[in-house]
Design a binder for this molecule. Sequence first.
Ligand code: BMA
Length: 327
Amino acid sequence: MPGRMVDPRRRLLQRHPDNPLLTAVDWPYFVNTVFNAAAVRLASGETLLLCRVEDCSGLSHFCVARSADGVTDWKIDPQPTLEADVANYPEERWGIEDPRIVWMPELAKYSVAYTCYSKRGPAVSLALTEDFRTFERLGIVMQPEDKDAALLPRRIKDRWVMIHRPVPKAARAHIWMSFSPDLKHWGDHTVVVEARNGAWWDANKIGLSPPLIETPEGWLMMYHGAKQTPAGCLYRLGLALLDLEDPTTCLLRGDKWIFGPECDYERTGDVSDVVFPCGYTIADDGDTVNLYYGAADTSIALATGSVSEMLSWLKENSHPGGMADDS
Ligand code: BMA
C-alpha cells in the first residue's frame, strides 16, 4: 500500500531522506525486525542506539548500533547486547522491549527503563550501565500491565522520578508519575496526562515516547496516542510541557498530533501505521532534536526538529493542564 503524499505544511519534525536508517537486513545476525530504539549521544560525540530487535521466535532483545554522525556507517554489535535473563529475572520470560535511556549525573551511569514481558503481561524494569557492555539490573519496578517508562535525570525534592503508563482493566490508560528514594521502591503514584475520550487522536490510550527533554520552560514531553480504528491502532505523536520543579503539573498540552504515519515504511510493516520514538539526541546547537523512531514495528527511522519551535507551537496550540475534558 503506498504511503500518502507527505504534506510539507505543519512540519515540526522533518524525516531524514535516508529513512529508514536501519532494518533487519543491516543486522550482523538473522533477525525479523529492528525498531523502537533508545538513543544517546556519548561523550565521544558518537550516537548510540539501543535497538529493540525481534528474532524469529517473536521475542525481543536489545542490540547496540553506533554511528559517528547518527545517520550513516552504523557499527552494530555482532551479538545481542542485552538479552532476557529468565533464570534470574523471570519477569523477562517473553523478552525485553522498548528501552529508554537517560544519563543520570548523580550516579554517573545511564539508566535504561524497559518493558519486561512477563507471563502475567508487560511490566517495567530498570537497569544501569556505564558502557552499554555490562548492565546492572534493578529488576521489575512496576507490575503488569505497565510500560512506556523513563526516569528523570535528577531527583526532584530528594526523590527519583519515573514516568510510566499502567493499563487498568476498567479505565483508559493514562501517563503516571511515581517517586522513589532508591530507584527500587516507588510510591506517590500520580496521573500527569490523561488519555482523552471519544474521537481524539489520543483517546483511550497514551504513553510516554522518548524520555523528557529538560528546557528552561519545563520538561518537554513527546507522547504517543494509540487511536483505535476498525483497521487497528494508529500511533501518533503529540506534545506536553511539565513544570520543572513539580513535574506532576502539566503546564501545556497540545490538542493536535505533530507526527504520524505517512510514508510507506511507517504505514506498512509487521504492525501498520506506527511511528514509535523511544529516544533522541540533541545536537551541538542545544536545540536540534534528532528523534529516532520505530516505523511500523519493522525499521528504525530518524526525524529532526527544534526544541524552541516545539515550545512555540505548544504555546499556540494547547491548553493548560493534562486532564481530559470528557464533556
Ligand atoms: C505498543 C508497544 C510498542 C509497539 C506498538 C505498536 O503497545 O508494544 O512496542 O511498537 O505497540 O505495535
